[in-house]
Write a protein that binds this ligand. Sequence first.
Ligand code: SAM
Ligand code: SF4
Length: 456
Amino acid sequence: MSSTRKRLYIKTYGCQMNVYDSERMKDVLTPLGYETSDEAEGSDLVIINTCHIREKAAEKLYSDLGRLRPFKDAKAESGGMTIAVAGCVAQAEGPEIMRRAPTVDLVVGPQSYHKLPELIARAHRARGEALDTEFEVEDKFDLLPAERHVEGYSAFVTVQEGCDKFCTFCVVPYTRGAEWSRPVDQLVNEIRRLAAKGVREITLLGQNVNAYHGAPPAGREADGPWGLGQLLRHIALIGGIERVRYLTSHPRDMDEDLIAAHRDETKIMPYLHLPIQSGSDRILKAMNRQHTYAEYAELIARMREVRPDIAISGDFIVGFPGETDADFEDTMKCVREIGYASAFSFKYSRRPGTPGAAMPNQIDETVKTERLHALQALLDEQQTGFNRSQIGRTLPVLFEKAGRIAGQLHGRSPYLQSVHVDGPAELIGRIGMVRIEDASRNSLSGQLVGAEQDVA
Ligand code: SAM
Ligand code: SF4
């Protein structure tokens, strides 16, 4: 272990899985003497953790690299600055990045983060050798440090990577490879350690998390692979863990056991992120989503049957090739019928190498923009309405940190809403009961009503 402290700056783009990966890269580098810094300038190591899901990812990367150049030059006399590119753009375009950007010292794909110390050493010897974009995921989680540095009381844990669904708009199957699930025991060990550090809420992550099918715990081999429902129930038994969530699911993989787990296990929060992308059966077919709108609506109805208060969230894409006004109207109808508590919506982005990119009838940008505005106005209205429907209710809130105003606490409701309330700092890391008095599109506020549940 090195005794000299070095500064590490990581810039993270994209989804929560990248946030998790950035945390794990810090865990790998801490034993080498790296401490995280909030600024790239003056840092010894800068990592850009990229996302490839929508276009402009590569442009963003090259403009970041341009901004880093003067910092790297300035640091040349005092130990130098190593610049690494990680994430899905690294995976997809590694050799091109090394060729085009001489400021980059190393390129590391998502399955090779445990090899960072070796890659940094190799980059210091000879730049051209430090490129690792292996696809094998098997080793990574065994070889990452068991110790995780965590801040706060809610933590992400990646349980599944990759995807075999091949939706025609999506690069994930190409950048993250085939679906692969971590063994149950490995996850339980990681979560036990997090619980011992005070974590109370776990969000299980996967590009297609409900396709989880991990090796069962020791002694339960006869079960065969466990699904997500079994995993959630098992994690809910870990001492100290009070809340369990998961992201992001595909409608085709919502099996009966997972639905039943929402009915039986109160630690599974009443919140489901279940993207549909489009309300038009014609577009769903062209997207290769492998289900219809009616099947999706039926699934949501089942979820509401077992957990009537469940908050539904989703993702939508407007302007997929061939989308007509009537198809878009089907998406608006879907939103009105389902009723979303929150949602993410995007303009279709043409990803080279995916079938969608080669389809005829690509939609004009101005049409995409108009449709996105109309959809977002409706989704915003629904989100505000959902938040306001909580006024008068008393909700359990997990307090995560002090609020921006002195004396205020910030926490999350079971439905993942931000909640602000006046209260003592001792409540941070605990669940308190809050009577909701006001709500806007982005947050709730109210009064602490004392009867907090001490989970510390
Ligand atoms: N596996 C999840 C599913 O099937 O619903 C989605 C995971 S994907 C990483 C996150 C979201 O990015 C998608 O739900 C989709 O809405 C959006 N997305 C993916 N590819 C896109 C593209 N080419 N253009 C616009 N949005 C895209
Ligand atoms: Fe991409 Fe999700 Fe479709 Fe997989 S299921 S290809 S991650 S959108």
